[in-house]
Design a protein around this ligand. Structure first.
Ligand SMILES: [Zn+2]
Length: 269
């Protein structure tokens, strides 16, 4: 493996089964750091024109992300861009607070933008609204200080779920990084799918599996630590191999196919 890092995605519970405290901010590779809470990921990328964050954690975690930026020796005021992988509360509800504290601009795929802009889903208020500065389309590139984040629309988890691809320069050379959000995820219980799903979710996810399988990258930065330590490689190493990536994606694909066999109505939804 050409890239070295001491960073590992770690399990949420200690030996006694208790939830651990939030982990400290930690450098992953080159300009990329982890700044998220315990169970959901948020990342920070240093560029020559300031900082970019991918996902913003929970609003209920308060100033955690701002404090984590400071803990890395960086200035929250330098945060210029917040890229959201999808609207779900664990990834997007912290965006309003983070944008307010830093003045950063917020971008998200056009199909998830309205929920985050209004803070409401199906008429129910679910998170603090935040101004969306750009509504992204598939293939769109957002650039900051020489780092180009390419948007790849991967609907399924939500209608506007995306992954961002960016090459970052680090000590072992340029590294193709995927900020994958929850694009690999599938909610295979009826209650959750009815609450978070949308018409076409299963057909979308089926197509997205093909898109995900074809992606090439070195560093896998998903939406939750367990996507690595449960689904790809037990040691939590973020530089997963192609086989480990296919294991992760195929595992979720099988989960979806099993679900729609039992609940075929979701294929027509
Ligand atoms: Zn999530």
């Amino acid at each position: 493996m050409p890239f070295h890092t001491d960073f590992r995605f770690k399990p949420y519970r200690d030996e006694k089964g208790n939830l651990k405290p939030h982990p400290p901010a930690e450098r992953i590779y080159g300009p990329v750091s982890s700044i998220g809470p315990l169970t959901v990921c948020a990342y920070l990328v240093e560029t020559s024109a300031g900082l970019a964050a991918v996902d913003a954690g929970y609003d209920s975690d308060g100033d955690l992300l701002v404090n984590n930026i400071r803990a890395l020796g960086l200035e929250p005021q330098d945060l210029k861009l917040i890229l959201l992988t999808h609207w779900h509360q664990d990834h997007a509800s912290g965006a309003a607070r983070l944008a307010k504290a830093t003045g950063a601009k917020v971008v998200i795929h056009e199909k998830d933008a309205e929920i985050v802009a209004t803070g409401a889903c199906r008429g129910e208020s679910i998170m603090p609204p935040v101004k969306i500065d750009k509504r992204l389309k598939d293939g769109e590139v957002v650039e900051l200080g020489g780092v180009a984040f390419k948007t790849v629309h991967c609907p399924g988890q939500s209608a506007g779920e995306v992954v961002f691809l960016a090459t970052v320069n680090g000590p072992d050379g340029p590294c193709r990084t995927i900020f994958a959000g929850d694009a690999t995820g599938f909610k295979d219980d009826v209650k959750t799918l009815d609450r978070l799903g949308y018409p076409g979710v299963c057909a979308d996810f089926r197509r997205t599996v093909g898109i995900l399988r074809a992606l090439e990258f070195d560093l896998y930065l998903g939406g939750h630590p367990h996507q690595v330590f449960d689904e790809a490689r037990a040691d939590g190493h973020p530089f997963i191999s192609r086989d480990e990536w296919l294991k992760l994606v195929n595992g979720r694909s099988e989960q979806m196919e099993t679900f729609v066999k039992q609940h075929p109505r979701y294929l027509d939804w």
